[in-house]
Every structure is written in C-alpha cells, then in structure tokens.
Design a binder for this molecule. Structure first.
Ligand code: NZQ
Ligand code: ZN
Length: 390
C-alpha cells in the first residue's frame, strides 16, 4: 500500500427534508450567497422556492444565476464570476447535480483569478483560492458534492477539461433522497453508471496489498448494482434512492482510491465524447468502459477474476481465467443494458468519424490511464471496439 494523506472536509447532511435547514447553515458562513442552478428542474419541483424561503427566514442575502446546462459551459462560468464580483458574493450555493456543482466550483476559483477562468483548465494557473461552495444535491451521479474537482466544457473548441484542488471540496452538502424522485429514468441510469465507473477507475489498479479498499470497492459496486436496479424498477422506493445517493458520494469522495494508483483512462476518453457530442457523461461511460475492459483485461487476469467473483458472484473454481474475465465483462454490459444505457456508439446513435480526433485530444498531454498506459493507438483501438460492441 502506498503512503497517503486523506482529508475530506465536506459536511454531509443526509435524509428527508434536510435541505430546509440550508438557511440556518449559511447564517454566519455567508454575507451574500449566489444561488446557482440548472435548466429548470428545481424551479418546476418548487425546490428553488423552498431554498430561497429558508435563506429569507435566516436573513441571508442572495442573488441568483440559473441556466447551467449538462456538461456545463465556460461561458456561464464567466458570467458567474462577473456577477459574484459585482454583487460582492462570498459564498456559492449549488442547487442541482454535478453540472451545477462543477459550474459553482469553477466560479469559485475564477473569482480569484484576474485572467480568464479557462486558464485553470489548461493548467496555465493552479488553484490557490476559492469562494466556499455549498450543495443541495438533486441527482446522485458525479460525486461532485464532496469531490475535489470540477469539469467544464469550452463551447468554443469542444474541449472538456477538469481543474482540481483539495480546497475545492464543498463545505457542506445536503442530500435528501426524496429530491431524486423527479429524475427521468434516463438521468437516474446515467448517474448509476457514473458512480459505478468511479469505483471501477479505482478498483483496476496495479497496486498489491490494498485489500481493505478492494473490499470497500466491491461492497460499493454490489450495492450500486442491487439498489440501482431497485430504483429503476420502483423510482419511489425511498430506501433504494437513499442507498444510491449515499453510494454516489462514497464512490467519489476519494476514500476508495487510498494507497493505490487510480486509472481514469476511461473517464479521459469519455470526456472527449461528451465534449464533442454533448451526451450525458454516464451514457458515454457505458459506451467506453466495456470496450476498455475488453482491451485491457489480459494485463491482469487475476484482478478481473476477483471482480467476477466478488462483484458478480461468477464461479471461478477450475475455470479458465480468461473465460471468467470475459464473463465479468459480459455481466457489466448486461447491467448497463438493463439500465437502458447504450454500450456502443451504434447503440447511442453516435457517428464514429471523429474517433481519430477524440483519440488525439485524449492523449494531448501524454498517455492516459495507469492500469495500462494508453497512447493514441490504444485509444483508437478502444474506441473502435466501442463502435459496435454487442
Ligand atoms: O438542468 P436541470 O433542469 O436541473 O436538469 C438536470 C439535467 O438536465 C436534470 N436533473 C437533475 N436533478 C434533477 C433533474 N431532473 C429532475 N429532477 C431532479 N431532481 O438532470 C440532468 C443532468 O444533470 P447533471 O447535473 O448534468 O448530471 P450529473 O450529476 O450526472 O453531472 C454530470 C456532469 O458532472 C461531470 C460530468 O462530466 C458532467 O459534466 N463530472 C464531475 C465530476 C466531479 N466534479 O467530481 C466527476 C465526474 O466523473 C464527472 O466527470
Ligand atoms: Zn464520472
């Protein structure tokens, strides 16, 4: 096991109706809040009004900026930075999912940079300061509610890039599973795939002697499969919604990757797909991950056999390791299909003529991944497998 330092400052406030206390929580933390939200789901559900009411009652001043789109765009981030400066905002409250939270995080760091906020995303400058960010989460998926990064798309050149720092973890996150009842099934499914992928990126490591985190990963993966299917079957099942919401946070709060190398090759490839085609990140991952698994599994059959046995309950005794590994990849594909996710470009109705461009962009700053380092040729071969995987 490698040396590590771990600190996650996000206070998680979980359960029914918890978000009604957001005003009280902000009192003393903020003089003026930017309430940041998306394309309207929080308006339609009445959540935004309840949040404002909670701030009014606590005597916390605020301004608003809605309109965050999925795969959040740098243009609105720039607007948010200007607004925060004009209004002397000292706290950002993200009410929404990963896109809203990421946009809030980007505004928070942009506030302290005199140049263009995109500079953080091309590593021209590093993050040193941020406005504090709080969260009321409406979709369990990206894990941004307690992660240390954000992912933003530059609509001018279709680049989707991330910035990160430990100071970007939100100060608090309100997680009420009931807020997720209104999610369309497709979005619920995208979220389930994303959190599953966040664990896989950590599970497929070359590090030996990381048994505790292996078991934690396996428990989280199994929970996501069982409870994910339960949520899809009955969207109003509170307990299943709660399990999935908590799993999404655990999957990406950093604890499952401690003491080991993490991979992230599939995420890097996926960001080029959603950067160009503006599809949901979870759907892009459902397309990339099975192809990545097929491409890399022979690198460490033992790890794939462990995945087969511990996550999918596939019998391994006396069986050929490659066959067991392939059975686990099949089980992964079956799970994504059961959720209604595409597992190929063909399934997702995406063209394949930009594979070369996507591969070029993926490795622009060098090879990606760690389980196996992927160069441009590898990425092209993975995307070609993903083109029409069955
Ligand atoms: O915009 P509104 O109207 O709110 O609708 C949203 C959006 O269309 C809708 N929605 C959210 N909560 C809802 C709801 N609809 C009805 N009822 C509710 N309760 O769902 C749609 C998707 O929302 P979005 O925020 O885009 O989803 P998600 O949380 O999956 O975030 C995806 C973004 O996060 C990034 C992804 O790349 C993508 O840009 N990621 C961020 C990470 C991080 N910061 O740590 C890590 C991830 O790997 C990921 O890359
Ligand atoms: Zn993700």
């Amino acid at each position: 096991m490698r040396n590590f330092t771990y600190q996650n400052r996000t206070e998680m406030i979980f359960g029914k109706d918890v978000e009604n206390n957001v005003g009280q929580k902000l009192k003393g933390l903020a003089k003026k809040v930017l309430i940041h939200y998306g394309g309207g789901s929080v308006v339609a559900s009445g959540l935004l009004d309840r949040i404002k009411e909670s701030l009014n009652q606590a005597g916390v001043a605020y301004v608003e900026l809605g309109g965050v789109k999925p795969n959040p765009k740098i243009g609105l981030v720039r607007e948010g930075v200007a607004l925060c400066r004009e209004e002397s905002v000292d706290f950002i409250l993200a009410v929404g999912g990963g896109s809203v939270i990421d946009s809030a995080k980007a505004i928070g760091i942009g506030f302290y940079h005199e140049g263009d906020v995109w500079d953080y995303f091309i590593q021209k400058v590093s993050v040193k300061e941020t406005l504090p960010v709080g969260v009321v989460l409406t979709i369990p998926a990206a894990g941004s509610e307690s992660s240390n990064g954000c992912v933003i798309t530059n609509e001018e050149n279709e680049y989707k890039r991330s910035a990160g720092s430990k100071i970007m973890r939100p100060v608090f996150a309100f997680l009420n599973p009931e807020l997720t009842y209104t999610l369309p099934p497709y979005q619920t499914a995208c979220g389930i795939v994303d959190m599953f992928a966040h664990v896989l990126e950590r599970y497929f490591t070359n590090e030996k002697g990381v048994n505790l985190t292996d078991r934690l990963c396996e428990a989280t993966l199994k929970t996501i499969v069982e409870q994910g299917l339960a949520v899809m079957a009955n969207p109003l099942d509170y307990n299943a919604r709660a399990e999935i919401m908590w799993a999404g946070a655990i999957a990406h709060n950093g604890s499952l990757g401690l003491g080991r190398s993490e991979d992230w090759g599939s995420h890097m490839i996926e960001h080029e797909i959603s950067g160009i085609y503006d599809i949901a990140h979870g759907a892009g991952l459902a397309i990339v991950f099975p192809a990545w698994m097929q491409y890399v599994h022979q690198h460490d059959l033992g790890r794939f056999v462990q995945y087969a046995e511990m996550v999918w309950g596939i019998p391994t005794e006396g069986r050929d390791e490659d066959a067991v590994a392939r059975a686990a990849i099949e089980a992964t594909k079956r799970f994504f299909k059961q959720l209604g996710m595409p597992i190929s470009f063909e399934d997702g109705n995406l063209p394949t003529d930009k594979i070369e461009e996507m591969a070029e962009k993926t490795v622009e700053n060098g090879p990606v991944g760690s389980f196996i380092k992927l160069d441009k040729g590898d990425v092209i071969r993975i995307l070609k497998i993903a083109a029409d995987l069955k």
